[in-house]
Design a protein around this ligand. Structure first.
Ligand SMILES: NC(=O)c1ccc[n+]([C@@H]2O[C@H](COP(=O)([O-])OP(=O)(O)OC[C@H]3O[C@@H](n4cnc5c(N)ncnc54)[C@H](OP(=O)(O)O)[C@@H]3O)[C@@H](O)[C@H]2O)c1
Length: 275
């Protein structure tokens, strides 16, 4: 089968699906026939995502909870198993960004908040999802971790976030080996700058700086991450595990050429015409 019909009827849990990337993953999964159980702290936004999905003919359940709380993560996974008797896909997506600071300026409380939200939650989410997948004899399972381009490339004054996302990348590779023989693939998606609530209040200049760093020259859209998640959840990706997939408009591909004294400027491609 070379389309996405293999995901029809699969059961998926998505953390942090009340906005941004997680919400789009939930919507894309549901639109392709998956039954989704979504998490988040904000019940109004959670209910709205469920409404949108149901109105479009899909099936979704919201479970309120904080991914920093192990019992809440357990409950989220348990809800999927109680309701459907199987679990095929776990998307560890919830995450937060800290204010920009040099490392010594953060206190331990902020380090713990970022680490627990972005990294510890990937551990608990994976732990309870894998156990549920094994206990229910679910087949063709996938763990999909939403890491970041910051899991591959550092940015100054972003140490807590960079560290948490590098940790997610390492955990993904290691877990892939643990479950390779158990029909569970484990992969990470590393988004670049994506136009979500994280950037909602960013000043115009900040948006411009970010766009300049992206070779494709724009922010990504949250649904562009959901398409990769759909692929990883499908049977088309069963030979992929331990992969760290960038969806970042070229951001981590390399750096701009810094030899502007060369003429003609190699960046001036305006004369090139498509054949
Ligand atoms: N946007 C980007 O440019 C970008 C780039 C690379 C990676 N990412 C990663 O992509 C993921 C999603 O980010 P986004 O851009 O979609 O951000 P977003 O729009 O702010 O969404 C974050 C989601 O995570 C949930 N969340 C945060 N802390 C939580 C907690 N303690 N417990 C439960 N849910 C929590 C939020 O829900 P509630 O508020 O309802 O709890 C929300 O649904 C994150 O892991 C982020 O690091 C984003």
């Amino acid at each position: 089968m070379t389309d996405f019909r293999s995901v029809e009827g699969k059961i998926a849990v998505i953390t942090g699906a009340t906005s941004g990337i997680g919400r789009e993953i939930a919507k894309t999964f549901a639109a392709n026939g998956m039954k989704v159980v979504i998490g988040g702290r904000n019940p109004e936004r959670g209910a709205k995502v469920v409404d949108d999905i149901v109105r479009n003919g899909g099936e979704a359940t919201f479970v309120q909870g904080d991914v920093r709380n192990e019992e809440d993560v357990k409950k989220l996974v348990a809800t999927a198993v109680e309701k459907y008797g199987k679990l095929h896909v776990m998307v560890n997506n919830a995450g937060v960004t800290p204010a920009l600071k040099a490392l010594h300026e953060y206190d331990l409380a902020e380090f713990n908040r970022i680490t627990e939200s972005n990294y510890t939650a990937v551990f608990t989410g994976t732990k309870y999802a894998v156990q549920a997948m094994l206990d229910t004899g679910s087949r063709d399972c996938s763990i999909i971790n939403i890491a970041s381009a910051s899991g591959l490339k550092a940015t100054e004054c972003f140490g807590l976030y960079d560290g948490s996302k590098h940790a997610v990348v390492g955990l993904t590779k290691s877990c892939a080996l643990d479950y390779a023989k158990h029909d569970i693939t484990v992969n990470a998606i590393c988004p670049g700058v994506i136009d979500t609530e994280i950037f909602a209040n960013a000043p115009k200049e900040v948006r411009e700086i970010n766009m300049k760093a992206v070779p494709i020259g724009r922010f990504g859209r949250p649904e562009e991450i959901s398409y990769m998640a759909l692929f990883l959840a499908s049977d088309l990706a069963r030979f992929m595990t331990g992969s760290i997939v960038t969806v970042d408009g070229g951001y981590t591909g390399g750096d701009q050429n810094n030899m502007p004294w060369q003429t003609p400027d190699p960046r001036d491609l305006s004369d090139l015409k498509a054949e």
